[in-house]
Ligand binder design. Structure first.
Ligand SMILES: [Zn+2]
Length: 285
């Protein structure tokens, strides 16, 4: 455990939900552990923070919580970046609150940024910076020290589950959204299938095109049956989709775990149109 993790764990144990309290390093360890999420229920509108930039509301749990500046992978000792916790709006990325350290007056505490102070005077500032709350900023999106608005990181809106559901449901528009949001087009589900394999099996041609355009590998093989997308489409007789896969460079000579190629399976299933197509694609076996 790095010292930062140790510190976080220690603070989570000792500070609990008392977000504004400065922890005493030597306080006894028998204090109860309280996670921030178990805090007492407050009135919903009291918890909602209003962003001065986009005027939308949110709770701290959903805000972007950046503790460090670029140059530090996490909270390192001096010389490796600056410990400068900031909270950014989850809707527009604007800076809403920042950790204010005053060495002269010896205090550190959250303060609202700009107009947010007047807009949120009755609302709580963020939880203590070393507690677990909010969304962490991916390293690539870390905001510089003067940054007042972050680019919402793409990973935040992407969801592998949503991608798989969109593929199965034939929803090409949603597939594009998820890929643009940064979901890996070659991600595998719990049985080792890629989205393109599922699209091939279901015959969703538009979805397959979206996946291929987004970087899906056309010749990846299933974990168990070693089926390729081309083999799966052939077994189900999806001629139009097979044409798409061949155009994208699908290798018709790859075999599944039973030594069957797409052509053999087309013959087995009696798909003569597909057989012809595979022949024309240069099948050698
Ligand atoms: Zn905003």
């Amino acid at each position: 455990m790095g010292w930062f993790q140790w510190l976080r764990k220690k603070f989570n144990t000792e500070v609990g939900e008392a977000s504004q309290v400065t922890p005493e390093p030597d306080s006894p360890a028998e204090k109860p552990t309280v996670s921030p999420s178990s805090s007492e229920a407050r009135e919903p509108d009291e918890e909602q923070v209003k962003c001065a930039d986009c005027r939308q509301t949110f709770v701290w749990e959903n805000a972007y919580n950046q503790q460090d500046t670029p140059g530090s992978e996490s909270f390192h000792p001096p010389g490796h970046g600056i410990f400068h916790p900031r909270a950014f709006c989850p809707h527009c990325g604007a800076l809403v609150a920042e950790w204010d350290i005053d060495r002269q007056q010896d205090y550190d505490r959250w303060k609202w940024y700009g107009e947010n102070a007047a807009l949120n005077s009755a609302r709580p500032l963020p939880p203590y910076p070393l507690l677990f709350w909010g969304k962490a900023m991916p390293n690539l999106s870390l905001a510089s020290i003067d940054c007042k608005k972050i680019q919402i990181p793409a990973e935040a809106s992407g969801s592998p589950e949503k991608l798989f559901w969109a593929v199965v449901g034939g929803n090409a528009a949603e597939v594009k959204i998820q890929l643009e949001a940064g979901v890996d087009p070659n991600i595998r589900n719990y049985v080792g299938e890629t989205p393109l394999m599922l699209a091939a099996e279901k015959g969703h041609e538009e979805v397959a095109r979206a996946l291929l355009a987004g970087g899906a590998k056309v010749n990846d093989q299933e974990v168990y049956g070693r089926h390729t997308p081309l083999i799966l489409a052939t077994m189900e007789g999806h001629a139009a989709l097979i044409r798409t896969l061949l155009e994208a460079g699908a290798d018709p000579n790859l075999q599944n775990q039973f030594g069957k190629t797409a052509l053999m399976l087309a013959k087995d299933k009696g798909h003569q149109d597909i057989e012809a197509m595979l022949h024309n694609a240069g099948v050698t076996g």
